[in-house]
Design a protein around this ligand. Structure first.
Ligand SMILES: [Zn+2]
Length: 198
């Protein structure tokens, strides 16, 4: 039986996605054996992130500065805006390195079942960004789920009034596919083959 502190660390790690109690205990054992090296590094990295973590007020990305690294990067094409449901989707798309524009994170998807309405998402802020002008194309990169597609249709309607091209990720996406779980090649293909909405 481990001490209370070690049990608490195991329990905290076991809550991470992809880890269960058994993997968490193995990770803890691995860390305590490397107290001076790996444990110290992990602690430093966690503290540094905790101290500096902010949500970008422009796009909703999570980074250690505001505006985030993507919004602040002058090499990014401000005329292209890719709308995603969650930060995880932004990171997945950005890992694929094919989209050179900027992003907008909705903070979820419309869901009648969960009672998530347009005003619960960052849609007003998206409309504001588009209304400000300077954007040629809005890529709706919702997940290939029913709720994701409902959200995409809703956004396409709201954006119709503005002089922007509205496109959607190609239907090559597996139905029910969550962007975060797709390999980079599939994502890249969906992005390359994006098509106009409607
Ligand atoms: Zn940003």
């Amino acid at each position: 039986m481990a001490s209370q502190e070690i049990e608490a660390l195991s329990a905290a790690l076991a809550r991470l996605p992809g880890l269960g109690p058994r993997s968490a205990r193995r990770a803890v054992l691995w860390l305590v054996k490397r107290r001076e090296t790996a444990l110290g590094q992990l602690l430093q990295a966690l503290t540094a992130v905790q101290d500096t973590l902010v949500e970008c007020h422009v796009c909703g990305n999570v980074d250690t500065r505001d505006p985030c690294g993507i919004c602040a990067d002058p090499r990014r094409d401000a005329r292209q805006l890719c709308v995603v449901e969650d930060v995880a989707d932004l990171w997945a798309l950005d890992r694929a390195k094919l989209f050179t524009g900027r992003y907008h994170v909705l903070g979820g998807r419309l869901s009648a079942l969960e009672g998530i309405r347009p005003e619960d998402l960052s849609i007003g802020r998206l409309i504001e960004r588009v209304a400000q002008g300077g954007i040629d194309e809005v890529v709706l990169a919702m997940n290939a789920t029913l709720e994701g597609q409902t959200t995409a249709h809703y956004l396409a309607e709201r954006l119709e009034a503005y002089p922007v091209r509205i496109t959607q990720l190609a239907h090559g996406l597996p139905v029910g596919g969550e962007l975060d779980y797709l390999d980079e090649g599939t994502l890249a293909q969906a992005l390359r083959a994006r098509r106009p909405v409607g």
